[in-house]
Design a protein around this ligand. Structure first.
Ligand code: AGP
Length: 614
C-alpha cells in the first residue's frame, strides 16, 4: 500500500528512484511522483495513474540532474487519485517535500490547526499536513529534529520520507507501524518500502524498528528514536537477487508465480528434518515446554493468508487434537477474543506488513498469548514482533493476487502443526515421517498439475461471459473454494462466491439457475469417502436446477464422471494435502478469465499488494 523510495549517492537519483518505483508499483498504482534537489530547490513531477504516466511526463518535462531523490507510488486513502493528491507534497514555503505511506488519523485536527494559522492546503491528503508541520518546525532545527518533533504529534500508522533543499545530500525517513527498510551500498544508500526497490544495487539491508527515524547520507546511515537517541538497527541480507523480481520471460508476474509453485513448495520444505528425522523449525524460538502447555491455537490472517489458515485448521486439529480458531485479523481485536498465555497465536502474512494482521498480533501479545509468524518477507514487522517465526521460501511475490504464497503458507502451517504434535507427543514419530514423505512428493504433483492445466484456459474462455461463478467444497476443499472465488473476484471483477457444499441448500441454492457455472472441489474418494458421497449428492441438487458443473477431481475418480459437465483432473493426494493441487487450476482459471476480459492481471483495479492501513 504505497511504495516509497529514497536515494542518496553518486548515481542519477531519478533513474534509481524510478527503477525502484517500477519494482514497488504493485503496492499501489493510483498515482506516482518524484522529487530531486537541484540548485538549492526542490524539483517535483507527479501524475495520476500508473507509473507510465509519470514517465511520459518526465519525458516531456525532464528533471534536472541530481544525486538525491525520493519517489512514491500511491494507493489512495485520503483524497481521490488525482495529480494534486499525488505525492510528494511540499510545504507552502517550498522548504520540505514529503512522501507517506499509512494514515495520519488525527489529520483533520492538524489540518484545522494549520488553517487557523493561515496555511493554505493544496490537496485533500492527510500527508500534506506533515509537509507544513515539518516546515514550521524547521527554522529552529534540521530536518531530522523536525521529523522527531512532528512524529510525536502524529497518530496512526506512517512511513514518512522527506527532503530539505538546504541540506541537499540528506534524506530523512521515519516509521511507525508501516514498512521502511534501509539498503546499504558503497558510497550510496537507499530507503524503501521493501527491498525489491534496491536489490539490484545491494542485498545488504537494515531493519528499522517501531518509532524510529533514519538519517540517510551517501556515506552514513544514522538511526534514532523519536527522541533523537541513537539506536542500533539490525542488519540482514536479502537471500534473492533482482532477477527473482523480474518476469523472466513470462508475460505476467502471476503466470511466473503460478509456475514457480513447485520450487516454492520444495524450498519451503527443505531442511525441516534433523539427523534423527524429527521436524526442525530453526526459526522457532518458543520452547517445547511452553508448546506442551498450549491449550488452543488461533490463526490470524487476511484474504488468501486466512484461507491458508483455514486449510491448516483441519490438519492441526487432526494431528494435535488442539482446538484451532481461524480469525479474520480485521475483526479480531474489535470483539473480545479469548486468548491468553495458554494460546498459540499464529499470524500468517506474505508481506509481514498487513496492518490488520499486525494490529491483531499486538492485541494477542497484550493478552499474554505466545505468537508465531508465518511470513515470506525477511525483516518485515510481523515476524519482528512475534515470539517465533517460520519463513516461507516462496521468493518475492509481485502479482497482487497471491498464488505461491498460499501454497507455501499451507506448507509452513502444516510444519507448525506437525512440530506441535511432535513436541506434545500427539503423534507417533513414524506417522509424522509418513506425512513429511507425502509433503515431499508435493512439488512433483504440483508440477504435474501445471503440465496438464491447458484445458482450464479453454474452459475459462467458455465462461468469460458468465454473470457469476460459484465454488463449492467440503472439509479442506471449502477454503479452496473460497480462494478460487477470491481469485476470480479480484482478477476478473466477476461475482464469485465460495460455499461449503452442504450449506448451499440452506439458502444460496436460490442463486442456481440455468447455466450458472459451479466449480466443485471434489474430495478424494480414497479419504473420507463419506465426504465424496455427500458432495456427489450436492452436485445432483444443483444440476437438477440447471447448474453447469466443473469438477476438480482426483485422477481415477470415475464415480464423478456422470455428474460433471467438465472435469479438471488433479493427481491422487492424501486428503489433507489436496488443497496444494486443487487450488492451482483455480488460479489459472481466474488468470485466464481476467486476460480474456482484457484486465490488468498483475495490478487489478482498486487493489494493492500489501495493505498497510486498517
Ligand atoms: C489475495 O490474492 C490478496 N492479495 C490478499 O487477500 C492478501 O492475501 C491479503 O491482503 C493478505 O496479505 P498478506 O499475506 O501480505 O498479509
Amino acid at each position: 500500500m504505497c511504495g516509497i523510495v529514497g536515494y542518496v549517492g553518486e548515481k542519477q537519483a531519478l533513474e534509481v528512484v524510478v527503477a525502484g518505483l517500477r519494482r514497488l508499483e504493485y503496492r499501489g498504482y493510483d498515482s506516482a511522483g518524484v522529487a530531486v534537489i537541484s540548485d538549492g530547490r526542490l524539483e517535483i513531477r507527479k501524475k495520476a495513474g500508473k507509473l507510465a504516466n509519470l514517465e511520459t511526463l518526465l519525458g516531456q518535462d525532464p528533471l534536472p540532474q541530481s544525486t538525491t531523490g525520493i519517489g512514491h507510488t500511491r494507493w489512495a486513502t485520503h483524497g481521490g487519485p488525482t495529480d494534486h493528491n499525488a505525492h510528494p507534497h511540499v510545504s507552502a514555503d517550498g522548504r520540505v517535500a514529503v512522501i507517506h505511506n499509512g494514515i495520519i488519523e488525527n489529520f483533520a485536527e492538524l489540518r484545522e490547526e494549520l488553517q487557523s494559522r493561515g496555511v493554505e492546503l493544496a490537496s485533500e491528503t492527510d500527508t500534506e499536513v506533515v509537509a507544513h508541520l515539518l516546515a514550521e518546525a524547521m527554522p529552529d532545527s534540521d530536518l531530522a529534529q523536525a521529523m522527531q518533533a512532528v512524529c510525536h504529534r502524529l497518530e496512526g500508522a506512517f512511513t514518512l520520507v522527506a527532503m530539505d533543499p538546504h541540506d541537499p545530500t540528506t534524506v530523512v525517513g521515519a516509521r511507525r507501524s508501516s514498512p521502511l527498510v534501509v539498503g546499504l551500498g558503497e558510497g550510496e544508500n537507499f530507503l524503501a518500502s521493501d527491498v525489491a526497490a534496491f536489490v539490484e544495487h545491494t542485498r545488504d539491508a537494515l531493519e528499522l524498528g517501531q518509532d524510529q527515524i533514519v538519517v540517510l547520507r551517501a556515506d552514513s546511515v544514522q538511526v534514532l528514536d523519536f527522541d533523537g537517541a541513537p539506536v542500533e538497527a539490525k542488519p540482514f541480507s536479502v537471500d534473492w537477487d533482482a532477477s527473482a523480481a523480474e518476469k523472466g520471460g513470462y508475460e505476467l508476474f502471476m503466470l511466473k508465480e503460478i509456475a514457480e509453485q513447485p520450487k516454492a513448495v520444495a524450498d519451503s520444505l527443505r531442511g525441516r528434518l534433523d539427523a534423527q528425522q524429527r521436524i526442525r523449525l530453526d526459526e522457532t524460538q518458543i520452547d517445547d515446554g511452553v508448546l506442551r502447555q498450549i491449550s488452543k491455537v488461533v490463526v490470524i490472517a487476511c484474504g488468501t493468508a486466512a484461507h491458508a489458515g483455514m486449510v491448516a485448521k483441519y490438519a492441526i486439529e487432526h494431528w494435535t487434537k488442539l482446538p484451532v480458531d481461524v480469525e479474520l485479523a480485521s475483526e479480531f481485536r474489535y470483539r473480545d477474543p479469548i486468548v491468553g498465555p495458554d494460546s498459540l497465536v499464529i499470524a500468517i502474512s506474505q508481506s509481514g506488513e498487513t496492518m490488520d494482521t499486525l494490529m491483531a498480533l499486538r492485541h494477542a501479545k497484550d493478552q499474554g498469548a505466545r505468537t508465531l509468524a508465518i511470513c515470506n518477507t525477511v525483516g518485515s514487522t510481523i515476524p519482528r514482533e512475534s515470539d517465533a517465526v517460520l519463513y516461507t521460501y516462496a521468493g518475492p511475490e509481485i502479482a497482487v493476487a497471491s498464488t505461491k504464497a498460499f501454497l507455501t503458507q499451507i506448507i509452513a502451517a502444516y510444519l507448525v502443526g506437525l512440530y506441535l504434535a511432535q513436541a506434545r507427543g500427539a503423534m507417533f514419530e513414524d506417522e509424522i515421517r509418513a506425512i513429511m514423505q507425502d509433503l515431499s512428493d508435493m512439488p512433483q504433483k504440483v508440477d504435474l498439475v501445471l503440465d496438464t492445466v491447458e484445458p482450464v484456459r479453454a474452459l475459462a474462455q467458455e465462461y468469460a461471459e458468465a454473470g457469476s461463478v460459484l465454488f463449492l467444497g467440503r472439509h479442506v476443499g471449502y477454503p479452496v473454494a473460497l480462494e478460487g472465488a477470491l481469485k476470480l473476484k479480484e482478477l476478473a471483477y466477476m461475482h464469485a462466491e465460495g460455499f461449503p457444499a452442504g450449506e448451499l441448500k440452506h439458502g444460496p441454492i436460490a442463486l442456481i439457475e440455468d447455466g450458472v457455472p459451479v466449480i466443485v472441489i471434489v474430495p478424494s474418494p480414497r479419504g473420507r469417502s463419506v465426504l465424496h458421497g455427500k458432495i456427489v449428492s450436492n452436485i445432483q441438487e444443483i444440476r437438477a436446477r440447471g447448474a453447469r458443473v466443473i469438477a476438480v477431481a482426483e485422477e481415477g475418480d470415475e464415480a464423478i464422471t456422470p455428474f460433471a459437465d467438465h472435469i479438471i483432473r488433479v493427481p491422487e493426494t492424501p486428503t489433507l494435502l489436496q488443497p496444494l493441487v486443487s487450488t492451482v487450476p483455480l488460479q489459472v482459471f481466474a488468470c485466464e478469465l481476467a486476460t480474456v476480459k482484457g484486465h490488468d492481471v498483475d495490478q487489478p483495479r482498486n487493489l494493492a499488494k500489501s495493505v498497510t492501513v486498517e
